[in-house]
Design a protein around this ligand. Structure first.
Ligand code: NDP
Length: 266
C-alpha cells in the first residue's frame, strides 16, 4: 500500500534508504589542525562519510599521515601546511583546495593552542598568540572560503570553541577569551550567511583526551574527572560524530548554534 511506504509528514522510505551511506559523497572539506587529535578524527570521519579533503596544519608530518589515512578510506586528500594565523597561508590552503577539487563545501576550524598561566604572570605574547591562532585564525579561514560558498549558495562551517569559553577557567584567560570570541563570531557570521545558504555552527567540547589535555598533572586530571558526570574524558570521536551531523543535510535548519559535547559537565 502506498501509504505504508511513506512516513506521516515525511519523506518516502525509499528516499531515506538511499541516504544511509556516503552522506557526504561528492563534498569537499577543509579541516585545520588536522595533524593529530580531534582534527585527525574529524578528517577521517568526514572521509568515512564520502568527503574528499584538504588536511591542513603547521605540522607537515601529522597532516601527511592523516591524508594517507583519508586516502586509505578511498577518498582523495591533500596535505597542506598552513598556519591559520597567517593570511597568506590560509589563502594558499583555500587556493589549493579550489585547484585540486574545484570547490569547498565544508570548513572545520579546529586548529587551536593553549598558553596557560594566571593573569598576573601571563605574558603579553602568550595573550596575543592564543587570540591570533584561535580567534583570528578562525576569522581568516571563514573569510577565505566564504566567497566560494556564497557562489555555490551552499556551505557548512563548524568552529571548535570550548566549554571554557562559556564557563571560564582559572589560568586560561587568553584561551577562554579566544573561545568565547569564537562563539560570538559564529553567531554573527551565521546571521550574515544564512540568506546565502551557508550554515555556521560551533561545537564546545568539554575535556577531550588528546595531547592538549595529556600534559595536565595527574592530580588535576583526577579532580577534573570528579566534575564530569559521565566520569570520563571525551574522545576525539565524540566531537567528530557531532561534526558528522552538523555538516550533513540532516542539520539543514540549524545555524548559529553552539553544541555542547562535554559528558554533562555544563
Ligand atoms: P592538539 O593540540 O592535539 O591539536 C591541535 C592541532 O592544531 C595540532 O596539530 C597543532 O599543530 C595544530 N595547530 C597549532 N597551531 C596551529 C596554527 N597556527 N595553524 C594551524 N594548525 C595549528 O589539540 P586538540 O586536538 O585537543 O584540539 C583541537 C581543537 O579542539 C582546538 O581548537 C582546541 O582548542 C579544541 N578543544 C580541545 C579540547 C580538549 O580537551 N582537548 C577541549 C575543548 C576544545 P602542532 O602539533 O604542530 O602544534
Amino acid at each position: 500500500m502506498e501509504a505504508a511506504k511513506v512516513e506521516k509528514n515525511n519523506e518516502p522510505i525509499e528516499n531515506r534508504k538511499s541516504k544511509i551511506e556516503n552522506k557526504l559523497e561528492g563534498r569537499v572539506a577543509i579541516v585545520t589542525g588536522g595533524g593529530r587529535g580531534i582534527g585527525r578524527s574529524i578528517a577521517l570521519t568526514l572521509a568515512e562519510e564520502g568527503a574528499d579533503l584538504i588536511v591542513s596544519d603547521i605540522d607537515p608530518e601529522g597532516i601527511s599521515e592523516t591524508a594517507e589515512g583519508v586516502r586509505s578510506l578511498g577518498r582523495k586528500s591533500q596535505a597542506v601546511k598552513a598556519d591559520v594565523s597567517i593570511v597568506a597561508d590560509v589563502k594558499h590552503m583555500v587556493d589549493k583546495c579550489i585547484a585540486e577539487f574545484g570547490k569547498v563545501d565544508i570548513l572545520i576550524n579546529n586548529a587551536g593552542i593553549t598558553r596557560d598561566s594566571l593573569l598576573v604572570r601571563m605574558k603579553e605574547e602568550d595573550w596575543d598568540i592564543v587570540l591570533k591562532v584561535n580567534l583570528t585564525g578562525t576569522f581568516n579561514c571563514m573569510k577565505a572560503v566564504t566567497k566560494y560558498m556564497m557562489k555555490q549558495r551552499k556551505g557548512r562551517i563548524v568552529n571548535i570553541a570550548s566549554i571554557v569559553g562559556v564557563m571560564g577557567n582559572a589560568g586560561q584567560a587568553n584561551y577562554a577569551s579566544s573561545k568565547a570570541g569564537i562563539i560570538g563570531l559564529t553567531k554573527s557570521i551565521a546571521k550574515e550567511l544564512a540568506p546565502r545558504g551557508i550554515n555556521v555552527n560551533a561545537i564546545a567540547p568539554g575535556f577531550i583526551d588528546t595531547e592538549m589535555t595529556r600534559s595536565m598533572p595527574e592530580k588535576a586530571r583526577e579532580e577534573l574527572l570528579k566534575q564530569i558526570p559521565m566520569r570520563r574524558l571525551g574522545l576525539p570521536k565524540d566531537i567528530a560524530n557531532c561534526i558528522r551531523f552538523l555538516v550533513s543535510d540532516d542539520s539543514d535548519y540549524i545555524t548559529g548554534q553552539v553544541i555542547h559535547v562535554n559528558g554533562g559537565m555544563l
